[in-house]
Design a protein around this ligand. Structure first.
Ligand SMILES: [Zn+2]
Length: 301
């Protein structure tokens, strides 16, 4: 049995899956926000409940918003700020009396979709999160790509190149300290901000998509720009990695038109006369983070 835990800013989710990926147990609890010690003990008691309920013991994989620094082993880049600088891996190993594997939540998403989701059967999969933030993970031949900086797939903080398609607009500052990051064009809040700049009215991605569907021209213009930005940003990944499939996740992956419109735009940005990369919606959706955490252990038996 594999146990996966996804530590989010507001919820901690735990699942147990069997060797076929069938869910044996699932529970969501509130994250003790801002309290690191309580977060560690919440995870420990969740794992304990899973093992008592199923009557089995399992390997434990954890997805976090951030990564473990290869230099110090401490958490970095986390937006759940109480985790930053903490020895989460060793504290969870102590609390659970076993070795745990910890990975970035976007990496867990990519691994889940590559293992038994939309990217199953593709030799290489780039998993993309388009949500409150923009992140990604890369899976090649079924294995997560990790590197010396623990940032593989973090394309959200690359600068989006200026387009020659009339969709460039002044670069926006990013929370990371840079300007014009891909995240400042493609995250949910960024789409909302661009819609406001264009129309003066406040609407979230869902409302913008709904009004575009009803024929509202302004919503359509904003979404077309978004699609151009996405195509340009993905083309950078395709030119370097040439993945077989790209799977979208996060709230904006629900925009069905992206899967029709963005592939048509890729050919003008990718350095190739044909683009065979599949752009796919996720199979496991919101559950991919926690499922991928469970899949961090390849062979628990
Ligand atoms: Zn940034």
């Amino acid at each position: 049995m594999r146990i996966g835990i996804d530590i989010g800013g507001t919820k901690i989710e735990g699942i147990a899956i069997d060797q076929n990926g069938q869910i044996l147990f699932r529970e969501r609890i509130s994250t003790p926000a801002g309290n690191y010690r309580a977060t560690v003990s919440s995870v420990a008691s969740l794992v304990d409940r899973i093992e008592r309920d199923t009557g089995k013991s399992g390997s434990v994989g954890i997805g976090i918003p951030g990564a473990l620094s290869p230099d110090t082993g401490l958490v970095k880049n986390a937006n759940s700020t109480c985790l930053i600088g903490k020895p989460l891996a060793s504290d969870l190993c102590d609390a659970l009396h076993r070795t745990v594997r910890i990975a970035n939540d976007a990496d867990c998403f990519a691994l889940s979709e590559a293992t038994d989701g939309a990217g199953k059967g593709y030799p290489s999969v780039f998993g993309v999160i388009l949500g409150t933030g923009v992140g990604g993970g890369l899976v090649i031949a079924g294995a997560l790509v990790t590197g010396p900086n623990a940032i593989a797939g973090e394309w959200g903080h690359n600068t989006l190149t200026a387009g020659n398609d009339g969709t460039a607009h002044p670069p926006h500052p990013c929370y990371c300290g840079r300007t014009g990051c891909i995240e400042t064009y493609l995250s949910g809040p960024s789409l909302t901000r661009q819609f406001f700049a264009e129309t003066g009215s406040n609407a979230g991605p869902k409302e913008i998509a709904a009004s575009a569907e009803q024929g509202d021209p302004q919503s359509n213009v904003v979404l077309e720009k978004y699609e151009h930005h996405l195509a340009r940003a993905l083309s950078m990944v395709i030119n370097i990695v040439d993945p077989s499939a790209i799977v979208l996740g996060g709230g904006l992956s629900n925009l069905g038109r992206l899967y029709d419109n963005v592939p048509k735009l890729l050919s003008s940005h990718v350095f190739s006369n044909t683009v065979h990369t599949a752009l796919l919606p996720p199979v496991h959706g919101d559950s991919s983070g926690v499922r991928g955490a469970a899949w961090l252990w390849p062979s628990p038996e």
